[in-house]
Ligand binder design. Structure first.
Ligand SMILES: Nc1ncnc2c1ncn2[C@@H]1O[C@H](COP(=O)(O)OP(=O)(O)OP(=O)(O)O)[C@@H](O)[C@H]1O
Ligand SMILES: [Mg+2]
Length: 387
């Protein structure tokens, strides 16, 4: 079966960058070649003349740049991203306007992104997957310290630096700017890829925290380790609904070469309930280090909490969108009415107990254990009442 990634046929590395026919000048920048194109605009390899440095220059398309509300968000997020300084985050140097364009000048990274690597290699071995995981947990730790949620972690946004021998997260903060883009949501279109979206984002939650990034990184690792995305579907809405409602095949079931501890790490990162994932990037790093020693990740801490409410899909044309060219409306799934707390607790405990079971077995196991516990409690109550 083919992997329905959404490759950008124009994405290039430095050596493959398409050179413009004649050198183009854009204010302080000399465009050397086109690196690729994404949902927010095109990226060029360029030389910043005043600083004499090579940069990756992201130019916003004119129609997007005309919306004042979008621009304000873009500037705010780009300013926040410029405060970050970390080897695993692509540095944002500068932003501004030149001619009819709005630009962000970034550190140029001299290797392919992970989407291109996947297209070439199919899947990665466990050591490389764990290297990506460790580098990205360090990037997320830095982002968390500055209260920035990336919101669009995916293979195309993780670049490999050949010269520094590490992975770097790019587009930090930019997805938050586009997430509220009215043009996209009002049209009900889905732009970008739905393959790595967290359930809370698929549901349309606005105030997601860094645990959404942990889910998307988990889905990315799933793809790297197995060579397949967790959920496939005929259109983005189907894929997003699966992220909300279905358990993916466990990575080691999908691809037997994936060791159990790596499979369990990914499974925990991709828990539907954010409370059951690693709660912070630091906790994630500790789990990755455990995994590197061949140990299983820690189970979620059993802290008392209100049980997650069941989700009732209510399709709305106003879903959040991502990705170029896709045209299906995104689903917005509204929470259903709260279940009785006792029942919720019984089934939440059963769910914890079934944590390590393969996806297809989990639901029946939870239902069985929950029902048995419930019947036992009813029997006990009847006996006590008779007395
Ligand atoms: N800092 C960079 N250094 C080198 N190449 C880059 C850099 N940033 C982006 N690129 C290249 O440009 C391509 C386009 O990037 P862009 O971020 O616009 O698209 P995307 O990640 O595929 O989609 P999205 O718009 O959703 O982020 C990337 O796939 C990558 O190959
Ligand atoms: Mg990108």
């Amino acid at each position: 079966m083919t992997t329905p990634v959404n490759p950008d046929p124009q994405a290039k590395t430095a050596t493959q960058a398409v050179a413009p026919k004649k050198t183009q000048r854009l204010g302080d920048f000399e465009l050397v070649g086109k690196l690729g194109k994404g949902a927010m605009g095109s990226v060029y390899l360029a030389k910043q003349l005043s600083s004499n440095r090579t940069v990756a220059l992201k130019l916003l398309p004119r129609d997007l740049a005309q919306e004042e509300e979008f621009l304000e968000r873009f500037r705010r997020e780009a300013r926040a991203a410029m405060k970050l300084s970390h080897p695993n985050i692509v540095a944002a140097y500068d932003m501004g306007e030149v001619g009819n364009y709005h630009y962000i000048a970034m550190e140029f990274v001299d290797g392919p992104n992970l989407e291109l690597i996947l297209q070439k290699k199919g899947r990665l071995g466990q050591d490389e997957v764990l290297k990506v995981a460790l580098d990205m947990s360090a990037a997320l730790e830095e982002a968390e310290a500055h209260k920035i949620v990336h919101r669009d972690i995916k293979p195309a946004n993780i670049l490999s630096s050949n010269s520094q021998r590490l992975y770097k997260l790019t587009d930090m903060g930019l997805a938050s700017a586009s997430a509220g883009d009215k043009r996209v949501t009002m049209a009900g279109f889905c732009v970008g890829t739905p393959f790595y979206v967290s359930p809370e984002q698929a549901r349309g939650d606005r105030d997601v925290d860094s645990r959404a990034d942990i889910y998307s990184l988990g889905a990315t690792l799933y793809h790297l380790a197995t060579g397949r995305v967790p959920f496939e579907g005929s259109n983005p809405m189907v894929v997003m609904t699966k992220h909300l409602q279905e358990e993916p095949d466990l990575p080691h079931v999908r691809e037997p070469a994936v060791p159990l501890h790596l499979s369990a790490l990914i499974q925990r990162m991709m828990a539907k309930d954010p409370d059951k994932r690693q709660q912070t990037a630091r906790e994630l790093r500790q789990d990755i280090e455990r995994c590197m020693r061949g140990e299983m990740p820690l189970p979620p801490s059993p802290k008392p909490k209100p049980a997650p409410r069941p989700l009732t899909p209510t399709l709305s044309p106003l879903g959040r969108g991502q990705g170029e060219g896709a045209t299906a409306p995104a689903p917005v799934l509204a929470p259903g009415p709260p279940a009785p707390p006792l029942l919720d607790r019984i089934f939440a405990i059963a769910d914890e107990l079934a944590f390590f079971l393969p996806g297809p077995l989990r639901l029946p196991a939870v239902a069985l254990v929950g029902t048995v516990v419930l019947l036992a409690m009813l029997w006990l109550a009847t006996v006590l009442l008779k007395r």
